[in-house]
Design a protein around this ligand. Structure first.
Ligand code: SLL
Length: 150
């Protein structure tokens, strides 16, 4: 009997941000440097094989607020002072489905209870990540080929 390919495929990923304080001499309004990103859990896989683009919608105080990233790493690097909700739209190759929409709260400041005494604590990066999975139910043949490419 022929072995049917599974009708659903999934790719574990992380959406997250990493920020660090730029120190007392930082320019006004640019106290922190941060990145926001979408990355696959498996570092050996190339997400550009099946992700066509990621659109990051930042706070309107950042110019331009809409950033379109068409190749890996799907990431935006910026500087700023404030935390805000970032909306992401993820578009896939060979898919007529609507983009996947996610949001991520940018964190710049460590949780009060995780702050340790001493100067070193201020330089520690603040990482906020959430695990998720892309689940493709009955993907097109083209997308299936991209998802299973070695
Ligand atoms: C707040 N809801 O009021 C947030 C908004 C916006 C932060 C934070 C931009 C950098 C710059 C920036 O950090 N915006 O202005 O150059 O806390």
């Amino acid at each position: 009997m022929a072995h049917d390919a599974p009708s659903s495929l999934s790719k574990p990923f992380v959406v997250g941000s990493c920020a660090h304080w730029l120190g007392k001499r930082a320019e006004e309004g640019k106290s922190h440097e941060w990145t926001v990103y979408v990355r696959l859990i498996n570092p050996d896989e190339d997400p550009s094989l099946f992700i066509k683009r990621v659109v990051f919608h930042l706070h309107p105080t950042l110019q331009p607020p809409t950033r379109v990233v068409e190749t890996a790493p799907f990431m935006v690097a910026e500087q700023g002072w404030g935390e805000f909700e970032i909306h992401l739209q993820i578009y896939f190759h060979d898919s007529n489905d609507k983009p996947l929409e996610l949001s991520h709260m940018l964190k710049l400041y460590p949780e009060a209870d995780s702050v340790q005494p001493g100067a070193a604590a201020a330089n520690r990066p603040v990482v906020s990540e959430r695990y998720d999975e892309f689940v493709f139910n009955d993907p097109s043949e083209g997308l299936r080929a991209r998802l299973t490419a070695e």
